[in-house]
Design a binder for this molecule. Sequence first.
Ligand SMILES: O=C(O)CCC(=O)C(=O)O
Length: 230
Amino acid sequence: MTPEQRKEFHEKGYIYIPGALSKSVVLPVRDHVFKELKRLNIWSTGRTLSQKMKGVPVFQQTGKLGQLIGYRGLNDRLISQELYSAMCLLADAPLHGQNGQLLISLPHQIAWTLEGLNWHRDISKSQMKGIPGIQAFILLDNVAVKGGATLALAGSHRLQNQVQAKQGISELISDGVNNSVKVGDVELLVLEMAGHAGDVYLMDMRVLHTPSVNSTKNIRIMATARYFAE
Ligand SMILES: O=C(O)CCC(=O)C(=O)O
């Protein structure tokens, strides 16, 4: 962890570590997901098979697929000692992890948009004072831009209140082209967690984030794990 990475984390609320995990670590998990999708008759050879999944609203799909498909010992497999140490350094505290989750989305067959998304935090208001924890997002397969990667609102961990957050998001939506906006003295920027298999994003849990539309023909396969300060 370099001083630059720590500075960037404090400013933006995240760091991106391309190639943090080797392909031999992540691809077996991806292949397990493909096998399960085929076994459950949901997806095979580039096609959605399941009628029942087609009826599920876009942003409920990932939750539903996450209930159907698991991977035992996901954190043990994906959170290396090096990643864990990096997270503790960033949080400046020992951390304890919750069970990881798979984040899977089928092609949504709609145009990519910033409108109507579900921006949220996975912590309560009372946890907003210091860094409450770090959430790791791991790419288990290549994820293209507009391919359903998690979006984060970089800088939003520094916003004073919910009104500012809402203002920033609505300005970003109405702007349409530019993915950055200034609210008070905080620069907000939409981060799309796209990249290659093995890349990892580490995010301050105060950062607003949302599922996004997968407008490609490929399935999006990521994993996430939340680590909380004790
Ligand atoms: O990428 C996604 O599906 C959303 C992930 C998310 O919101 C979360 O893990 O808290």
